[in-house]
Design a protein around this ligand. Structure first.
Ligand code: AMP
Length: 214
């Protein structure tokens, strides 16, 4: 099962991908998480990445593609993977095809108001990356991760002015990627305007109806 999860920032890709990853035992690979980890470690590469991420801009293709290439070579990706946040440009989609085969590309959609509401309430665990929402998916203890006890924080780029920019960037860059997967006949659209409890089962049933079982 080699899957690509696509959609605007804040549509819930990470939440759906991590639910599917737990169910099927294949890795959830988020290029955003990989980039944030590099920034957190304060490496030379991390310093370069930060310049883009904090302004809501895309990181140059070659930087993110090289990080992903190394990740996909690891043993745990042999049975499949869920890519979240890559590809974001046509060039990345073409690069990905040179690295591996993609079975299905799921495109999640929701109106802008829903997205902005979700992003503004999103909180992320600093230790394990688990995702919460202050109203829709609150942790048992405010500010503390249910899974590992780590501290929750709001991403710098989840501030409203940066989210608006990220949505614009998404719209400008993304149409060719959709066309690319549509042309290959592997694009599936999923309505993600409802809560995760509704959307996650929808993801499972969509995959099952296409013959993907785990
Ligand atoms: P995300 O967590 O997927 O919303 O990504 C957060 C930020 O990381 C984005 O706004 C970009 O700056 C950067 N990023 C993540 N994935 C990619 C990618 N495939 N190409 C370029 N930039 C990326």
């Amino acid at each position: 099962m080699r899957l690509v999860f696509m959609g605007p920032p804040g549509v819930g890709k990470g939440t759906y991908a991590s639910a599917l990853s737990r169910r099927c035992g294949i890795p959830h690979i988020s290029t955003g998480d990989m980039i944030r980890e590099e920034i957190r470690r304060g490496t030379e590469l991390g310093r370069r990445l930060r310049e883009y991420v904090e302004r809501g801009l895309l990181v140059p293709d070659e930087l993110v593609t090289e990080m992903l290439r190394r990740r996909l070579q690891q043993e745990d990706c042999q049975r499949g993977f869920i890519l979240d946040g890559y590809p974001r440009t046509l060039r990345q989609a073409e690069e990905l095809d040179r690295m591996t085969r993609v079975d299905l590309a799921l495109y999640f959609t929701a109106p802008d108001e829903v997205i902005i509401d979700r992003v503004s309430g999103r909180r992320v665990c600093r230790s394990c990356g688990a995702i919460y929402h202050v109203r829709y998916m609150p942790p048992r203890v405010p500010g503390v991760c249910d899974r590992c006890g780590g501290p929750l924080y709001q991403r710098e780029d989840d501030r409203p002015e940066v989210v608006k920019r990220r949505l614009e960037v998404f719209r400008e860059q993304f149409a060719p990627v959709l066309d690319y997967y549509r042309g290959k006949g592997i694009l599936v659209e999923i309505d993600a305007s409802e809560q995760a409890e509704v959307v996650v089962p929808r993801v499972f049933s969509t995959l099952e109806s296409r013959g993907f079982k785990c």
